[in-house]
Design a protein around this ligand. Structure first.
Ligand SMILES: *[C@@H]1O[C@H](CO)[C@@H](O)[C@H](O)[C@H]1NC(C)=O
Ligand SMILES: *[C@@H]1O[C@H](CO)[C@@H](O)[C@H](O)[C@H]1NC(C)=O
Length: 589
């Protein structure tokens, strides 16, 4: 059996770690720059060295033995055309085998660590088996190891502090074997990871469309405004009302919260009593706190409340897990890396995960983006569908003039984009109104530079670009992966926050709405003994296309311009369109 060897292989790997240097060690002092910025990234200033005693957990991402194996396997389980492998997702051990480094890679890295006196007891394998974690390395030692100069940096606008280095090196002999080291030169802003909900509080909430069982729905002719997009409106619009989940013992929905954000179970309970007539929601909620986070139910965060309330509004009574990732002790942490380490170590992972937080692409490295992206590919391979927000700033915030005085839409100037525009997650944009449903102007969309167009967009994106013609030429990357993939309502979503009702707007709301709907599809599959959907895009861009409602009106403004328009077919405003749950379920095989 192919996968039995994995376990043996990892045992060998650990032995190698323990068994130290070979006689002919390469010259570990022959250091070469792995990555360096010319200057401290824009908006960050150095506050000098971290206090003595500061330690860092270093993650060393290793080149896998079989380079294309992970992505090949991902498409085999995610493309409906693959007979026999479609939705036959892999276990934790099977994935570890696919991404395992070569034995000689481990041997080399290990003897380098030995040379620097790092004991094998502080080294472990993480992130599904492609990463070495060095726990609690002192900053002084990290500086020596990586030819680095770790300092505390403060974000000039937001005051957040992080510990990073402007450049780092590795011995020449390791360059081929090591993909990247984290945290080093990716200056990710903590503040920018929160997609600020737009606050349109208008007092008491009145759902425009009530469609609770049997009640007739009033459909106005012509475009109808939605005063408040209530759960009953959303369940009517996306056609989930008739479905009753019944795989509650196996199916689950995960919602990610960063910055230590956590929701209020009391607000969730009140929200669900009001909007879903459900009094027992708390028994379906689990909160997992990571990274020295503290769960304080009396100090909820609006973003966390919005995310969990709309996930539950759609998928109740599916069990929900909220992951609250704390700030960490010293500013050295990378939150996504922390969460991915945890989640990939789990044997059972929720089959659907909703993420309403995004990094800015501006000061993250391509190598880092690829590394993170591969871990999302691992999630897909294990049968997890990830939904991520496209951002709240249309084609770009502000003027989009770069330091050379040129205008460009690219994610580089979109502060709220997109470590997760990566091709292995499903990116969600925003709509409003109905009959017809139209794009919201703030719906993030475009073509990030880090990722080239994936195979499933081979037809959809060029069709849009042909229609666009020479408009905006040079302002965006016409070979990049287009985002978003799908969209949902994101204006005036009523939430309960500290027991008060208020309306929130933002793509942050659209994401758990789509997440909830996908979770219902997974429920239907799992309750009839079939595998979950996992990574959705190959299905959505192929057979799934007919299950979406195309959005053809509106545009996403930004950079002082009108932005891209929603047109027939895919567009970088609303993607392929909004989900119709009944049609989706009808098409599942
Ligand atoms: C939203 O509006 C409410 C009521 O006007 C206000 O109390 C709250 O501070 C606002 N929140 C944000 C994030 O602006
Ligand atoms: C445009 O995207 C491609 C594919 O990701 C990338 O190789 C290229 O460097 C990008 N162009 C710029 C100017 O960043």
């Amino acid at each position: 059996m192919r996968y039995h060897c994995i376990i043996v292989l990892s045992v060998i790997a650990i032995d190698l770690l323990a068994s130290l240097a070979k006689p002919l060690s390469p010259p570990w002092d022959n250091m070469h720059v792995k990555h360096s910025w010319n200057a401290v990234p824009t908006n960050w200033v150095s506050l000098g060295r971290p206090p003595p005693g500061t330690t860092i957990d270093l993650y060393i991402a290793l080149k896998p033995n079989r380079e294309d194996a992970l992505i090949d396997a991902l498409y085999e389980v995610s493309e409906p055309g693959h007979q026999g492998t479609y939705r036959a997702h892999l276990t934790k051990e099977q994935v570890a085998d696919l991404v395992a480094p070569r034995p000689e890679t481990l041997e080399l890295v290990n003897s380098w660590l030995e040379y620097h006196g790092i004991s094998s007891s502080s080294v472990s394998m993480t992130h599904g088996g492609n990463t070495l974690k060095l726990k609690g390395v002192s900053v002084t030692q990290a500086n020596t190891l990586l030819g680095a100069s770790y300092q505390v940096y403060r974000h000039v606008e937001w005051g957040e502090t992080i510990v990073r280095t402007v450049g780092y090196s590795l011995p020449r002999a390791l360059h081929w074997h090591v993909l990247t080291v984290v945290p080093t030169t990716s200056f990710v802003s903590l503040r920018a990871q929160w997609q600020t909900p737009r606050n349109d509080s208008r007092g008491d909430t009145v759902g425009l469309v009530k469609s609770a069982s049997g009640e007739p729905v009033t459909i106005l002719s012509g475009r109808a405004k939605v005063d408040f997009a209530t759960p009953s409106f959303l369940r009517w619009l996306y056609d989930t009302e008739a479905y009753r989940p019944n795989a509650m013992d196996k199916n689950a929905l995960g919602v990610l919260g960063l910055k230590g954000d956590s929701p209020s179970p009391a607000d969730l309970g009140a929200f669900m009593r009001k909007y879903r007539n459900a009094g027992d929601v708390i028994k379906y909620l689990t909160i997992v706190v990571l990274n020295d986070g503290v769960f304080d139910p009396t100090h909820p965060h609006e973003e966390a409340n919005l995310d969990i309330q709309y996930a539950e509004a759609m998928a109740y009574p599916t069990p929900h897990t909220f992951y609250s990732i704390g700030r960490g002790p010293s500013g050295t942490d990378d939150w996504y890396i922390t969460w991915l380490e945890y989640i990939l170590d789990q044997r059972d992972i929720p089959q659907t995960i909703s993420i309403s937080y995004g990094y800015q692409e501006i000061s993250t490295l391509r190598e880092y983006a690829f590394y993170v992206c591969d871990m999302f590919a691992i999630l897909g391979l294990r049968g997890v569908g990830v939904l991520a927000s496209s951002g709240n700033h249309g084609i770009g915030r502000g003027t989009c003039v770069n330091k050379d005085g040129m205008v460009r839409f690219i994610p580089r100037f979109l502060p709220y984009r997109h470590a997760f525009s990566g091709p292995y997650v499903t990116v969600v944009g925003g709509t409003t109104d109905y009959q017809p449903e139209v794009a919201v102007t703030f719906s993030g969309g475009g073509f990030p530079d880090h990722f080239e167009r994936p195979p499933y967009q081979r037809r959809a994106v060029p069709t849009f670009l042909e229609d666009l013609g020479s408009r905006y030429q040079g302002l965006y990357n016409d070979s990049g992966r287009g985002i978003p993939d799908v969209a949902a309502q994101s204006m005036n979503l009523p939430i309960l926050f500290n027991n008060r009702e208020q309306g929130e707007s933002g793509i942050s709301g659209a994401t758990p709405i789509v997440g909830g709907i996908i979770s219902l599809l997974n429920d239907q599959l799992i309750s009839t003994a079939r595998g979950p959907l996992g990574f959705l895009n190959p299905w959505l861009y192929g057979r799934g296309l007919a299950t979406l409602d195309d959005i053809t009106q509106g545009s996403n403004s930004g950079c002082g311009m009108d932005g891209f328009s929603a047109i027939a077919g895919w567009d970088p405003v609303t993607g392929l369109g909004t989900p119709n749950s009944r049609r989706m379920m009808g098409q599942l095989v």
